[in-house]
Design a protein around this ligand. Structure first.
Ligand SMILES: [Zn+2]
Length: 132
């Protein structure tokens, strides 16, 4: 039986893609978190369910010393591509807007810093002059 990703919006299936699938953690608390992240409206069995690798971040994995294989950390929780907004055009638009805003903010901060620096310099100089 091919593995299918349990994440509601995910279409990954071992039949069509080569992504890795991860079993739900046995730890009840983490299992519940995974189920929550899947965003499923229907009931499904976490014992047979799988979550594909695209929902995990790079640092959710660790390399095993013996085999050098990447393994999912026991405390990893799916955090990527869990909603449709994360996958569609919307996301890249938001991303672009944020990136643009970020460079604007960087400039603003830089200007604020330099104004502040000049202001302090003026204060310092006037204080020096007064002290003389
Ligand atoms: Zn998936």
């Amino acid at each position: 039986m091919p593995s299918v990703c349990s994440v509601a919006v995910c279409r990954a299936s071992s039949r069509v893609s080569k992504v890795k699938f991860h079993k739900f953690p046995r730890n009840q608390e983490f299992q519940n978190l995974w189920i929550e992240k899947c965003g499923r409206k229907d009931d499904f069995n976490p014992k047979t369910g799988r979550v594909c690798e695209i929902h995990f971040f790079d640092d959710d994995y660790f390399e095993t010393k013996t085999s050098g294989l990447k393994k999912l950390k026991p405390d990893a929780i799916p955090g990527k591509k869990l909603t449709i907004e994360n996958q569609g055009r919307m996301s890249s638009r938001i991303q672009r807007a944020k990136t643009k805003r970020k460079s604007e903010i960087d400039v603003e901060i830089m200007q604020m810093k330099s104004t502040n620096f000049i202001f302090q310099l003026k204060m310092y100089i006037s204080k020096m002059l007064n002290d003389c």
